[in-house]
Design a protein around this ligand. Structure first.
Ligand code: 3HC
Length: 316
């Protein structure tokens, strides 16, 4: 075998795979810090999906028609599936799902700040679909190319379903904007309340992001927080115009030279407060997650006992 052929068969190092833009798989050698960063980001992504079921779940019984209830139920169920997908991706890194759940419930790990805001009217369901799932799409499509194989592959199905989420939300708002003046005002009120928290979903400014540079170097992130925030603003402005709503940012304007929008800065002290647990709904969201976990203990015990008996039956 020639030296080139020998080299071609040599297992490549983590650094060589990353430099070649290739995937890192669960059995590949990887730095402990790469593994820890992925467990951190994937676990918090999963926590966000599970907690994110609560704000819209509050409207399941109050959606105005059977069709709207069915669409919202499908969306909320999708989010549960996204969470399970992502916990499975975290487990391929050696994380234990029970530990991750404890980290969430006991406040040692985060979930997205966006889910700590209340859903005050049915228009919030549409605005969450349009803006929150729209922001998720901007953030998650590049993650389909994340250097860690299971994470990138999990994102493919998640992004397809997020597209449905975004469209159902936008269609709901188009219907309301074609309705009564009161319905139009309900939509504008929801946009006013969700616009800035949606911009905060992309994280702090790059200058204040301790993780972005390393995550970009490792190919976990393919764009920075500010790049994705800009992409989201540029996507949302024409959609808002078509919908007939005003985005609550007086600094928003088109910059012909840059070919994108200038916009105002979110209140970063608000993001810091909400991340620390001082948002409008943080206590309620965690209390419900804790109660669901406690109420589901018997299901976990029964499943564990059944699995143990199955193993005994196989051995016997
Ligand atoms: N809410 C809560 N915490 C946030 C946050 C937010 N909006 N933005 C940043 N943070 C946290 C980070 O987790 C980090 O804390 P940690 O080191 O303890 O984890 C700290 O603030 C500094 O932020 P960085 O920008 O340095 O951190 P990251 O490089 O991890 O970037 C991120 C933050 C952009 C959220 C990134 O983690 C990411 O892209 N995660 C995957 C996507 C995700 O989790 N989206 C959350 C919403 S899920 C969703 O939209 C579901 C959909 O169905 C609606």
């Amino acid at each position: 075998m020639t030296q080139t052929e020998t080299l071609a068969h040599e297992p490549r190092t983590f650094e060589q795979l990353i430099a070649a833009g290739e995937r890192i798989e669960p059995r590949d050698a990887m730095p402990d810090a790469y593994r820890a960063t992925l467990i951190r980001q994937i676990a918090q992504h999963a926590h966000s999906e599970i907690i994110g079921m609560q704000p819209e779940g509050d409207w399941l019984t109050r959606a105005p028609s059977l069709r709207r209830k069915a669409v919202l139920l499908a969306k909320v169920q999708d989010e549960a599936g996204h969470g399970l997908y992502l916990y499975c991706a975290a487990e391929t890194l050696g994380a234990d799902r029970a530990d991750l759940t404890a980290n969430l419930i006991e406040g040692r790990q985060k979930y997205s700040s966006i889910f700590n805001y209340p859903t005050l009217s049915y228009a919030d369901v549409g605005v969450i679909g349009w803006l929150v799932d729209g922001a998720a799409i901007c953030n998650q499509v590049p993650l389909c190319r994340s250097s860690y194989g299971p994470y990138g592959r999990a994102m493919i199905r998640v992004c397809k379903e997020e597209s449905f989420h975004q469209r159902q939300g936008y269609e709901l708002l188009v219907t309301m904007m074609a309705g009564t003046r009161e319905q139009q005002e309900m939509v504008q009120d929801a946009v006013n309340r969700w616009w800035w928290p949606a911009l905060m979903m992309f994280g702090p400014p790059d200058t204040d992001s301790p993780n972005t540079a390393q995550s970009m170097a490792w190919g976990i992130k393919r764009h920075t927080n500010d790049e994705l925030r800009q992409r989201f603003v540029d996507m949302s402005v024409p959609q808002a115009h078509a919908l007939g709503v005003t985005l609550p940012d007086p600094d928003l304007c088109w910059d012909e030279r840059r070919g994108s929008h200038d916009f105002g800065q979110p209140d970063w002290s608000e993001l810091a407060r909400v991340i620390k647990g001082d948002g409008p709904c943080n206590a309620e969201r965690l209390a419900r997650r804790r109660a669901a976990h406690e109420n589901g203990a018997w299901v976990r015990e029964a499943a564990t006992a059944f699995a143990a008996r199955q193993r005994q039956a196989v051995v016997a």
